[in-house]
Design a protein around this ligand. Structure first.
Ligand SMILES: Cc1cc2nc3c(=O)[nH]c(=O)nc-3n(C[C@H](O)[C@H](O)[C@H](O)COP(=O)(O)OP(=O)(O)OC[C@H]3O[C@@H](n4cnc5c(N)ncnc54)[C@H](O)[C@@H]3O)c2cc1C
Length: 335
């Protein structure tokens, strides 16, 4: 069976992997290079945090997330299960209790335990929540590895912009077209919106973190994800906008101030990169599988692309090849 995948972000690559594993002849078409800064996946934090995300997401995200983590563990060279530490300044302690009320899978940690987990934070934060089973990865490394694996297994890549504006029907000889264009599919998926995220990469040798740390704040919740060699990803704003290129001074100031509040050593860090993208999201912020003829759209990953894409890819393949309808993510015409 021939399968054409449009888009080489995390959704497209995970779908390609799932179809190739089932013996399909898979080709990927993407507007940009297989992996570059023009797709949302390039800017992700790489947190695999089904417990923490439960604070604002439906339980479906945790279900998809737990399933997806097994995929990343098998595929991503730097997959690390070190949990997530959630902290707040002494003034914002009530936020910890709120967070605890709305989530599962945490342990309360205090004093010595915070010190054992993150010695560099123990002076400023003496209590928090520890989500023991959560993981993180470097998205760029993980996707580059996935691309290599796909190429070795015979998946072809082509750089081409697909224009499916009304009147420009897209024709393909493939048995299935899997549309994973993220926000690029807005013309077709008219209820898709953008949620802008700004992030930074900084470098510091003054501070070490072993795991993602979330700093709760009434206005600017922040997370920091450690990468290799003293690099940290600081994220991320959540702004209702499809604007994908402009990082505002306010957002960058707020992210940096929050990092400084987490540890003053971040004040001496070097800014390596400021990134902006808009997350593709439906109104309820849940991912969807939708069918139009022989086209299946996998979209709406919102802030959960890495957390949800492998599990969505499995559902997509099972629908296309076995006719199994996944009602939890499929809400339209399945004929
Ligand atoms: C700052 C930030 C931090 C994030 N952190 C996390 C995190 O920690 N964990 C997590 O799980 N998620 C995170 N996310 C969310 C995650 O990045 C997205 O959910 C995910 O990247 C969406 O992937 P996608 O493959 O659907 O879309 P994209 O990555 O945008 O890929 C779309 C692909 O389609 C192609 N394309 C578009 N239009 C066309 C066209 N007309 N023709 C051909 N090709 C086309 C593009 O070239 C690209 O290859 C974060 C997002 C942001 C912005």
């Amino acid at each position: 069976m021939k399968v054409e995948i449009i888009g080489s972000g995390v959704s497209g690559l995970c779908c390609a992997h799932a179809f190739a594993e089932r013996g399909c002849e898979v080709s990927i078409i993407a507007a940009s290079d297989a992996l570059d800064s023009t797709c949302c996946s390039w800017w992700a934090g790489g947190m695999l945090a089904p417990g923490c995300e439960g604070e604002s997401a439906e339980p479906l995200i945790a279900t998809l997330g737990v399933e997806s983590m097994a995929f990343w563990q098998a595929i991503a060279p730097d997959y690390t299960t070190a949990g997530t530490l959630v902290v707040a300044t002494s003034r914002d302690q009530p936020l910890i209790n709120n967070f605890a009320r709305n989530t599962e899978g945490w342990q309360r940690v205090e004093g010595k335990q915070v010190h054992q987990l993150e010695p560099d934070l123990a002076e400023r934060f003496n209590c928090g929540l520890f989500f023991t089973d959560e993981a993180h990865l470097d998205p760029r490394q993980a996707l580059a590895h996935l691309i290599n694996t796909l190429k070795k297994s015979g998946v072809s890549f082509e750089q081409r912009q697909i224009d499916d504006a009304p009147g420009n029907d897209y024709h393909s000889a493939a048995d299935w077209i899997i549309d994973c264009r993220g926000l690029g599919a807005q013309q077709t998926l008219t209820d898709l919106r953008g949620v802008k995220g700004e992030m930074l990469h900084i470098h510091s040798d003054e501070i070490a973190l072993k795991r993602p740390v979330r700093l709760l704040h009434p206005r600017i919740p922040l997370y920091i994800v450690p990468r290799a060699k003293g690099v940290f990803m600081i994220g991320a704003t959540m702004i209702e906008s499809t604007e994908r290129t402009r990082a505002s001074v306010r957002s960058v100031l707020e992210l940096l101030s929050a990092a400084y509040a987490l540890h003053p050593a971040f004040g001496e860090a070097t800014i390596i990169e400021i990134g902006v993208e808009a997350r593709p999201a439906f109104t309820d912020n849940l991912p969807r599988l939708r069918r139009r003829g022989k086209t299946l759209s996998v979209n709406g990953m919102y802030r959960h692309g890495f957390l949800a894409a492998p599990a969505m890819a499995r559902r997509c393949v099972e629908f296309a090849l076995d006719g199994i309808i996944p009602p939890e993510v499929m809400d339209e015409n399945t004929a």
